[in-house]
Design a protein around this ligand. Structure first.
Ligand code: HEM
Length: 538
């Protein structure tokens, strides 16, 4: 049976979304003054001019002039929903996180997104999708800020501005990359071969999901779970949709983007409104927390790698049900602020160099996006655990703090706030020996293999899916003006799979380059042998 909606207001706390606004039945100013007319400005005579003294006009227009806030620097377009997460308790041996204990139910807010488009862009574009979940636990808010693709473009967060600059609309014409000039994106991924695996996932049907409800979600990075006895386990998080994983085909996506650019947000809201609540099972792949943090030859700190489920099965740990639409898009979906550093006792981060930079980036960007450091007070961002921080004042402060001593130790406020120490539900950093102490800028050698997982993914596809991948590369590279970039990308494909490279080169009407790394043979795929020689040029 589906759980009850979180609250009629859409607010996770059950409090009115904004109790100050919209109370009383008369139209008022922001100060509560009842108004008799809001349709005519105050003029010197019926034919004007308009008088500066019209305080209602000035308030109305001034507020309107400031209605917009900056959109997210990435993942600007999204759709959200409220729900509940019920834990199976199966993870309680490996984590002390209270919300993962048996039968605990936790309110959640989820925001799905595209990455590259602006707030007003279309839903069904070829892109990665964000899948962020805020768990309002009674030990503090935990955010799982994931994507629908288990690997990422880059290995080091210092490259994030570069990949986003390359993938966002061209600086001169502001034309989005999807379905237009693609030179900077393909320039970047062909020069940064670590991006090839993520790009191949984008070119597959995973890049055009049918619905947010039919997407998998991945935490991407390896995280560290901490049990009550202090033992640690490395994990990768997975969301598995009960609705199954389904994609659009490219022609459908093209038509949908033209006819209904809001296809995915409409689908999510309609499903919830009609009571067809979407569900995802949360699961973990677990790995021993060894000194080298490797598993079956895969460096668990390399975010461009996934661990095949044949090597580490996904073990279910709970079920999420989305059961309530937001009451107000701006208040909830737009103002929600996720952060991979929002952790609870029992869940910790690892030294993955991409994750480490994310830990800095989200709070930093939200300070400018949400207008100062107090956005945790916005209803959608308010924790459900008691908050007693020593943060004071600042832009948009709405709390009226009591007490006189926001520092500790103090002898004035009865010593409060107290520290929980190591054992009263506090977050305790896991002590970790550092392998090296040399300060340097370089990747470990275990990050060097950029092609084998792209190959594994491609060769695991059915012939029809491989066919779609060839079509996607051919279409997208066909929009790339620079021949040198297309050639370099074909060289990267040669290092992934000779058949894939040949089919795309054929489609582009270009010579087939040889591989520069050793590419193990595979059985010829029926899809590729059918494609050979018949693929239409872009
Ligand atoms: C949003 C930075 C990598 C998933 C964002 C935002 C920034 C950002 C600045 C906007 C946040 C806001 O305005 O509230 C970065 C950096 C990365 C990185 C610097 C690499 C160093 C990733 C990865 C994933 C990811 C690897 C997936 C595992 C998301 C999602 C959102 C987001 C889902 C949208 C959150 C929402 O719905 O509000 N990222 N990101 N990011 N990022 Fe990342």
């Amino acid at each position: 049976q589906a759980p009850e909606a979180v609250s009629p207001t859409g607010s996770p706390t059950g409090a009115p979304v904004n109790s100050r606004a919209q109370s009383g039945q008369y139209l008022t100013t922001a100060q509560g003054l009842r108004l008799g007319d809001t349709d005519h400005s105050l003029r010197a005579g019926a034919r004007g001019p308009v008088l500066l003294q019209d305080h209602h006009l000035r308030e109305k227009i001034t507020h309107f002039d400031h209605e917009r806030i900056p959109e997210r620097v990435v993942h600007a377009r999204g759709a959200g929903a409220h729900g509940v997460f019920r834990s199976y308790g199966t993870a309680s041996k490996i984590t002390k996180a209270g919300f993962l204990a048996a039968d605990v139910e936790t309110p959640v807010f989820v925001r799905f997104s595209t990455v590259l488009g602006s707030r007003g862009s279309a839903d069904a574009v070829r892109d990665t999708r964000g899948f962020s979940t805020k768990f309002y636990t009674d030990e503090g808010t935990y955010d799982l800020v994931g994507n629908n693709i288990p690997v990422f473009f880059i290995q080091d967060g210092i490259k994030f501005p570069d990949v986003i600059h390359a993938a966002k609309p061209h600086p001169d014409r502001e034309i989005p990359q999807a379905q237009s000039a693609h030179d900077t994106f393909w320039d970047f991924v062909s020069l940064h071969t670590e991006a090839q695996a993520h790009t191949l996932w984008n070119m597959s049907d995973r890049g055009i999901p049918r619905s947010y409800r039919t997407m998998e979600g991945f935490g991407v990075h390896t995280f560290r779970l901490v049990a009550a006895d202090g033992s640690t386990t490395l994990v990768k998080f997975h969301w598995k949709p009960k609705q199954g994983v389904h994609s659009l085909v490219w022609e459908e996506a093209q038509i949908i983007n033209g006819m209904d650019p809001d296809f995915h947000r409409r689908d999510l809201a309609d499903a919830i409104e009609s009571g067809a609540y979407p569900q995802w099972e949360l699961g973990v792949q677990t790995f021993p927390d060894t000194e080298d943090q490797m598993f079956e030859g895969i460096d668990l700190l390399d975010p461009t790698k996934f661990v095949p489920e044949e090597l580490a099965p996904v073990q279910p740990i709970g079920l999420m049900t989305l059961n309530a639409n937001p009451t107000n898009y701006f208040a909830e979906t737009e103002q929600v602020a996720f952060h991979p550093g929002h952790l609870v006792p029992g869940i910790d981060v690892t030294n993955d160099p991409l994750l480490q930079v994310r830990l800095f980036s989200y709070l930093d960007t939200q300070i400018s996006r949400l207008g100062g450091p107090n956005f945790a007070q916005i209803p959608i961002n308010r924790p459900q655990a008691p908050v007693n921080d020593m943060l004071r004042d600042g832009m948009h402060q709405t709390a009226v703090h009591g007490g006189v001593a926001p520092y500790r130790p103090n002898s004035l406020d009865g010593g409060c706030p107290f520290l929980a120490g190591q054992d009263v539900g506090a977050f305790v950093d896991v002590p970790e020996a550092l392998a090296e102490s040399i300060k340097e800028r370089r990747n470990p050698a275990s990050f060097d293999d950029h092609f084998s997982q792209a190959r594994l993914f491609f060769r695991s596809m059915t012939p029809v899916e491989q066919d779609h991948i060839v079509q996607a590369y051919t279409f997208e590279l066909g929009k790339c003006y620079e021949a040198a970039i297309r050639e370099r990308q074909l060289m990267a494909l040669a290092n992934i799979d000779a058949g894939l490279c040949a089919a795309v080169a054929h489609g582009l009407g270009m010579p087939v380059p040889g591989a520069t790394v050793q590419v193990p043979d595979s059985e010829p795929s029926p899809a590729l042998s059918q494609i050979g020689g018949t693929w239409p040029a872009a």
